[in-house]
Design a binder for this molecule. Structure first.
Ligand code: SF4
Length: 315
């Protein structure tokens, strides 16, 4: 089971300034089938609930936290609570963080900054900023961005891949395990970043005969960076055509034509990716192509999350 740190209000906890929650059904009902959640709320910890609203005010580049009505400077209390919540989530084996948009603490690029009473544009909330500094190449998103099917698919794919990498790093004992891991992730990595995919292949080949520990460390670091890259329709089409190459000899003429037609329709945003993937999986089973059936690219996360069923999932 995955462990994800989540803004407590998104889990429905009545912990916002006005004692309400803002439950996100995708997180609690869909991801909740496969993940346990580590809730955090720096504002509740610092000021209790209900509380006066706060805003971030820039003072010569310094970020101050000021209460909106009483104009008190509560920066220190906020920083202490952030450090405490950071320590809490760092002590858990989390594979992702989901933040609540627009909040002075949790917004990811959606938090309003002020200079006096004037708006200074939108940036990261203070806790989001701290998370980004401490969790590099890590799955971090805010719930409002996850409404976009493309971002949601990329994020969930990254979550599950990151979790797999954590498990591998923990239990790996032999080089064969690393090779098997890379083999299963080949096409998915290629669909993210062609150059990194090739570099990862070179690391696994281990021509310099380095130790398993050294190789694994280098591999996992680049793997995490690669899966943090967003996919695109053109990169996915490229990998799909590559996949078809594995069938070339076995496929009957009409099967080959149908598959190429489906790939073109996916590229032209007429059909969703799931349609092409289902056909490939059906044919891989028909011709017993075990190498393809074991590819994470075909099933990177549980099917019932149905993230590849939207035309808008590709960009
Ligand atoms: S957005 Fe963050 S700080 Fe605000 S209530 Fe939710 S968890 Fe707490």
């Amino acid at each position: 089971m995955l462990k994800i740190a989540v803004s407590a209000c998104l889990l429905g906890e009545p912990i916002r300034y006005d004692k309400t929650g803002q439950r996100d059904r995708f997180i609690t009902d869909k991801l909740g089938k496969y993940a346990s959640f580590i809730p955090f709320c720096p504002e509740h910890l610092a000021f209790g609930t209900p509380r006066e609203t706060i805003r971030i005010v820039l003072d010569n580049e310094r970020k101050k936290v000021i209460t909106v009505f009483s104009k008190n400077d509560v920066t220190q209390a906020m920083n202490d609570a952030i450090a405490h919540e950071l320590h809490n989530i760092q002590s858990e084996e989390i594979c992702g963080i989901i933040l609540k948009s627009k909040s002075p603490s949790c917004g990811l690029g959606s938090t309003k900054y002020y200079s006096g009473e004037m708006s200074e544009g939108k940036k990261d909330g203070l806790f989001a900023l701290t998370c980004k500094e401490h969790f590099v190449d890590f799955p971090i998103e805010e719930e409002a961005r996850l409404i976009d099917p493309w971002l949601r698919e990329n994020f969930v794919m990254q979550l599950f891949a990151y979790h797999d990498a954590m498990r591998l790093q923990k239990k790996i004992k032999t080089m064969q395990e690393l090779v098997a891991f890379h083999t299963a992730y080949k096409f998915l990595l290629q669909s993210k970043h062609e150059t990194n995919y090739r570099l990862l292949g070179k690391i696994v080949a281990n021509h310099d005969k380095r130790t398993l520990q050294e190789i694994t460390q280098e591999y996992i670091a680049l793997f995490k960076k690669t899966i943090a890259t967003k996919g695109s329709i053109s990169k996915t089409v490229n990998v799909l055509q590559h996949l078809v190459g594995f069938f070339k000899k076995e496929l009957e003429g009409n099967e080959k034509r149908e598959l190429h037609l489906q790939i073109e329709e996916f590229r032209d945003e007429i059909i969703p990716l799931i349609a092409v993937m289902s056909t490939i999986e059906f044919l891989a089973k028909k011709y017993n192509t075990t190498y393809l059936l074991g590819q994470k690219f075909l099933n990177p996360y549980p099917k019932d999350l149905s993230l590849r069923s939207f035309i808008q999932e590709g960009k």
